[in-house]
Ligand binder design. Sequence first.
Ligand SMILES: *Cc1c(COP(=O)(O)O)cnc(C)c1O
Length: 384
Amino acid sequence: MKKGKGTNAVHAGVKHDPSTGAIMTPVYLTSTYAQEGVGNHKGYEYSRTLNPTRHALENAFAELEGAKYGLAFASGLASMDTLLKVLNPGDEVISTDDLYGGSYRLFTTVFANYGIIFKFVDFSDENAITEAINENTRMIWIETPTNPMMKITDIASVSALVDGRNILVCVDNTFATPMLQQPLSLGADVVMHSATKYLGGHSDVVMGCLMLNDDTLDEKLRTLQNSCGAIAGPMDSFLVIRGIKTLHLRMARHCENGQAIVEYLSGHEKVEKVFWPGLKDHPGHDVACKQMSGFGGMVAFTIKGDNLKTAHKFVEATELFTLAESLGGVESLIGHPASMTHASIPKEIREKVGVTDGLIRLSLGVEDAEDIITDLEKAFQAIS
Ligand SMILES: *Cc1c(COP(=O)(O)O)cnc(C)c1O
């Protein structure tokens, strides 16, 4: 039966427990499994290889993205680490210049030492991507919308650009979630999420996942997952299964709050610029309308004057917003990318993409929009 996205979120991957009828997937806190005879078991041998709770979640991950396969890892970066290990020394990766700080660090300080070559280009410029491709290119790493500038990459056109060339198109879909954007249906080969964020949704777990359709690549990834061992644990898997059940409801509210807060900020005398793909003057707006079904609850803006002191004062003056790294939970978080999430990116590079000292990032939660606005207004008053 073909189901809607909401129905899918509630039921994805979950079967009633055959031994008790429990409707929630049990947390299988076990490292190993009894074998009736040598090699005669029920599909589980050792929990690094597979655990029933993680198995249910991996199926849920696949269903959410409309994928054949899903794999769960100890963190978003662990999932990327495993995926990058399908590459060999000399292989090249092309990535967007406005990238999550931890991804940039993994590329440039870890995998660069193993002979993988990384090139960072502006993904809104298709010519720049074409120019960066050569016979060694094996992977294109897309993040859309980007963190924190909300830049949009056209997934379908990049996928079409490299079609038939032995280049994996991978999309970090953390910000949009499968409720708003499904990269595999747009031609991408692999979807990655930091499930720490919206999929988990309650700021209580760190996890990552990969979703894909290719049989050979799935086999390679499962071998790497088992060989390197950065797996998601059973308790964490349970929490994310529970989180996913309300993903559609939460995303609808995140989008509503995004719209309301962007309208408030856009009309504010102390705000210089607002970055949100739902804005008509956003450079990626047309592509966002084409590939996304909503614009989400991540919003960035610059305060007039653009200085570090004012920005720090602002993020420290909020009460409802918690000053914290991370995003995607039910509660609103505020952050200063230049000194928090993006501190590991050199100043010249981050400023070139727009992460200036005056930039503030909001992860809007699912609270009442009026209360969020009241809190922001109080912070504006504190800096005047
Ligand atoms: C948080 C995040 C990651 C890294 O995920 P972890 O779960 O923290 O390892 C990667 N990409 C994006 C866009 C993120 O927000």
